[in-house]
Design a binder for this molecule. Structure first.
Ligand code: ATR
Length: 293
């Protein structure tokens, strides 16, 4: 199923996910099946890459026309692009690169922001009383305190998106200085990961883990203790392998609404499809394929 594509020929466009690690990525599965479903002549592969800048330079004249950027390359990817779209520039991270066919320039985009924020918003809407949804068109994130764990590319995308939606954003990170940098850039607050355990200015907050803590094979790890989870109404985990992480399991046990990283993954992936191909994404197919993996 991974490489379930049409016949490859000289005109086939090649895409790939750049990461370290990368084998956990479901991008090849979903994109190859989507390409096939609309008869798009493309193939999408895993690319285990240590240094994204050297990789993009080495393959500058190759058939590779588009990339997804994963751990830990999302911030470096921005500096490798010739042009960066305004949203990605504001976030400070690129997770999608397209080589423009007319002049070979690398164009950088960010689909993590819309993918994560819409997943969290849908989670909040599904948990609220129907009448409160009817009465307002504002984001359910407006006025909420959103605690983002992680200050890498994914953390910046969630933090920026939540801020734009009117949330009070708090960045918690193992390396406090990085949290401070992101907080200063977006107008938020920083706390160290250790201090997050006793951080509870209010109840009913939103928590978003954007680190790889809890990802296979380290499924016993979690970025925050279960005890501290009681202050959160919704917990989102960007990790999607496994679909239910220890963090989400414990959050559910504490009574929080949980949103899996697969909800973000599918949404950011079909936005990528449209950038890669210029065609409308077969969104239902993305959900269907992801539900099988
Ligand atoms: P990405 O661009 O995918 O977000 P990244 O830039 O490598 O990836 O960022 C990874 C984030 O996960 C960082 O915030 C990192 O914390 P540090 O800034 O202290 O490195 C965090 N992270 C990774 N492994 C972690 C761990 N074992 N415990 C806590 N935080 C971790």
């Amino acid at each position: 199923d991974l490489y379930n594509f049409r016949r490859i020929g000289p005109d086939t466009k090649v895409y790939g996910v750049i990461g370290q690690p990368v084998s956990h990525s479901k991008s090849p599965v979903v994109h190859n099946q989507a390409f096939k479903s609309v008869d798009f002549n493309g193939v999408y592969v895993h690319l285990l890459v240590d240094d994204i800048a050297s990789f993009l330079k080495a393959y500058s004249s190759s058939d590779f026309v588009g990339f997804s950027c994963g751990i830990p390359h999302k911030e470096a990817a921005l500096t490798c692009c010739d042009e960066v779209d305004p949203l990605a520039k504001s976030i400070g991270a690129v997770n999608t690169i397209l080589r423009r066919q007319s002049d070979g320039k690398l164009m950088g985009y960010n689909t993590d922001c819309i993918g994560s924020i819409s997943a969290i918003e849908d989670g909040l809407r599904s948990s609220s009383h129907p009448s409160s949804v009817r009465c307002t068109s504002a984001s359910p994130l407006a006025g909420k305190t959103v605690v983002v764990i992680g200050a890498g590319g994914a953390g910046k995308a969630v933090a920026y998106g939540a801020k734009v939606k009117g949330a009070k954003v708090v960045i918690a990170n193992r390396t406090y200085e990085r949290a401070l940098e992101v907080a200063e850039a977006i107008g938020g607050r920083a706390v160290s990961l250790a201090d997050l355990e006793s951080f509870h200015p209010e109840d009913g907050m939103v928590l978003a883990n954007t680190t790889s803590v809890g990802m296979q094979p380290n499924v016993d790890e979690t970025p925050i203790s279960k005890y501290a989870l009681k202050h959160y109404a919704l917990v989102f985990d960007a990790v999607y392998t496994p679909r239910v992480t220890r963090l989400l399991r414990e959050a559910e046990e504490c009574g929080a609404v949980t949103v899996s990283g697969s909800e973000m993954f599918v949404r950011q992936a079909y936005e990528q499809f449209e950038i890669f191909t210029g065609l409308p994404a077969p969104k239902e197919l993305y959900w269907e394929v992801m539900s099988k993996y």
